[in-house]
Design a binder for this molecule. Structure first.
Ligand code: 13P
Ligand code: SF4
Length: 304
């Protein structure tokens, strides 16, 4: 079956099951094109919380489907590749966060959604890269402990007067990008604007013209009147950027670096298989963890 036939079968099954198909901006092009909604982590969390569908088919990585299950417990959430994890989310365990909190009485704990449900359950409030600064500003204490991404934490710390300390996790895909990669790319395209994700190292964000979440980058592209852009995020976003503004020529800052193997795992046959055998692909969260994690996610959604 080709992409069109597979997509048609997937859509027919979704209609039968009253399902909605959500896909992250890094997914394969054919997945993004088939989905009802593509977006960044924030947009997808909002959609998962608000939808009246009975089933959420989530194409992304495990923590994203887990967040959907936390926010919409009465719905079935499917992740077509249960092995699509996020290495950053696994860089801090709940016990380690509890230890870090014990050493920092009076701190608010702000946790990036790229984290496990158990870690969210130990947090005061969650954030995404799109709202991290606003969430830190809204946190009750003037002192914040940020987990697990050291790079996003440092980017936020530079934009707030609050005292921010952080866990030393990172996204392997974005953390591999160096200032040297940016300099070499700029030698190739000296006239290009440099657009990077805040999961990049501070030495990289310091060289960028724009630092934004994936949806922030898409929004920028819609109205930008530049000729060329060097992109510092996962290569899956190029598909959306080309759709958002085909007049701009895009290139990754470094092609070998900016691929997340987990985001590339899901294929259309995997999606179809998940809908044909939903019980084998359902993501669930134990109830006690779910309730505490939901508090942290709900607080984030209140901030917006
Ligand atoms: P956003 O789409 O929220 O910017 O997230 C980036 C990311 O790395 C998700 O895994
Ligand atoms: Fe995790 Fe990075 Fe992949 Fe996003 S791009 S899922 S943060 S490893």
């Amino acid at each position: 079956m080709d992409h069109r036939e597979l997509t048609a079968r997937i859509k027919a099954l979704l209609r039968e099951r009253r399902g909605i198909w959500l896909a992250h901006n890094y997914q394969r092009p054919e997945i993004q094109d088939g989905a009802d909604l593509t977006g960044d982590s924030l947009a997808l969390s909002i959609a998962a919380a608000k939808t009246d569908a009975e089933l959420i088919l989530f194409c992304g990585v495990h923590f994203m489907a887990e967040s959907a299950a936390i926010l919409s417990p009465q719905k079935r959430v499917l992740l077509p590749r249960l092995d699509a994890g996020c290495p950053m989310a696994n860089m801090i365990a709940a016990e380690q966060l509890v230890g870090a909190k014990r050493q920092r009485p009076g701190y608010s704990v702000v946790t990036y959604v790229n984290s496990t449900a158990a870690v969210k359950a130990e947090s005061d409030i969650c954030c995404t890269s799109a709202n991290a600064v606003r969430v830190v500003e809204a946190a009750p204490s003037e002192k914040v402990f940020f987990a697990p991404d050291q790079n996003l934490a440092q980017w936020v710390a530079a934009q707030t007067k609050k005292k921010v300390e952080w866990w030393r996790g990172f996204c392997p895909t974005h953390h591999r990008l160096t200032a040297e990669h940016v300099r070499r790319a700029k030698e190739r395209w000296p006239d290009a604007v440099v657009v990077v994700h805040p999961e990049c190292r501070p030495e990289v964000t310091a060289l960028a013209d724009l630092v934004a979440s994936t949806s922030g980058m898409l929004k920028w592209a819609q109205t930008a009147s530049v000729k060329r852009a060097l992109i510092g995020t996962e290569e899956g976003l190029l598909h959306g950027l080309r759709k958002a503004n085909a007049n701009i020529e895009y290139a990754l800052i470094d092609e070998e670096t900016l691929i997340c193997p987990n985001m590339k795992l899901t294929t259309l046959p995997d999606v179809l298989a998940a809908l044909e055998r939903p019980a084998d692909y359902t993501v669930t969260v134990p109830d006690d963890i779910r309730r505490r994690a939901k508090r942290a996610l709900d607080r984030m959604l209140e901030v917006g």
